[in-house]
Design a protein around this ligand. Structure first.
Ligand SMILES: Nc1nc2c(ncn2[C@@H]2O[C@H](COP(=O)(O)OP(=O)(O)OP(=O)(O)O)[C@@H](O)[C@H]2O)c(=O)[nH]1
Ligand SMILES: [Mg+2]
Length: 197
């Protein structure tokens, strides 16, 4: 059987690397500043490669043209590896997603994470949306609003198999871990399921 891949993608500083490390038995660099992950971090368990991608969007200390390059790189990486990618995890920062999305929409742009969500749904067979930093969310309607922004009809609970509230920093990732594992098992990727903490 050929090798398969699971990718983690999302805007810079949303906690992709933190989530990656709290789900899997690996340690990748996490950072206080956006732009910590510059190159993809890939780890192979059994027949599955798990890849933590660099974050697109604003990167501290770099020009805008740099973040565009990172986005192009991420898109190209996904397109190049599309045939072996069995799932993608798009990570968002649930505490700032709506504000950033609305700011972009006001300027007449499609927010980059919405664009990415649509792209991932087109190119990869299964998308898990990890709504991270839930410890910073007070408003209980945020998940409904996020669902709506991404084109899903609230209540978000109807999309429990798509939207996973998590707090990577505290290791509160159980539903996402369970379903990602289960999904890989359903593809008969038993070794890969051992990659999880
Ligand atoms: N409050 C809170 N902070 C978090 C959580 N998860 C990650 N962080 C913080 O978010 C910051 C960025 O984390 P990273 O995991 O490096 O983020 P990243 O998305 O990999 O960033 P890039 O590699 O720059 O794209 C760090 O300061 C983390 O401690 C969370 O669940 N809650
Ligand atoms: Mg990172």
């Amino acid at each position: 059987m050929k090798v398969k891949e699971v990718i983690f993608a999302g805007r810079s500083n949303v906690g992709k690397s933190t989530l990656f490390s709290s789900l899997l038995k690996v340690e990748v660099r996490r950072g206080k500043k956006p732009g910590t992950t510059i190159k993809p971090n890939s780890f192979q368990f059994g027949k599955v490669i798990f890849t933590d991608l660099p974050g697109f969007g604003y990167v501290s200390g770099y020009k805008r043209s740099f973040s565009e390059k990172v986005k192009d790189f991420v898109v190209e990486y996904i397109e190049t590896n599309a045939r072996r990618i069995v799932a993608s995890v798009e990570v968002i920062d649930a505490s700032s997603f709506l504000e950033i999305a609305e700011r972009w929409e006001k300027r007449g742009y499609i927010p980059v994470e919405i664009e990415m969500f649509e792209f991932l749904n087109e190119v990869t067979p299964k998308v898990f949306l990890a709504a991270n930093k839930m410890d910073k969310v007070d408003d209980p309607s945020v998940l409904n609003q996020i669902a709506e922004k991404l084109g899903m009809q609230p209540p978000w609970e109807n999309w429990k198999h798509v939207i996973y509230p998590v707090c990577a920093k505290k290791g509160e990732v159980s539903t996402l871990k369970r379903d990602l594992k289960q999904y890989l098992l359903s593809l008969n990727l038993k070794d890969a399921a051992k990659a999880f903490r």
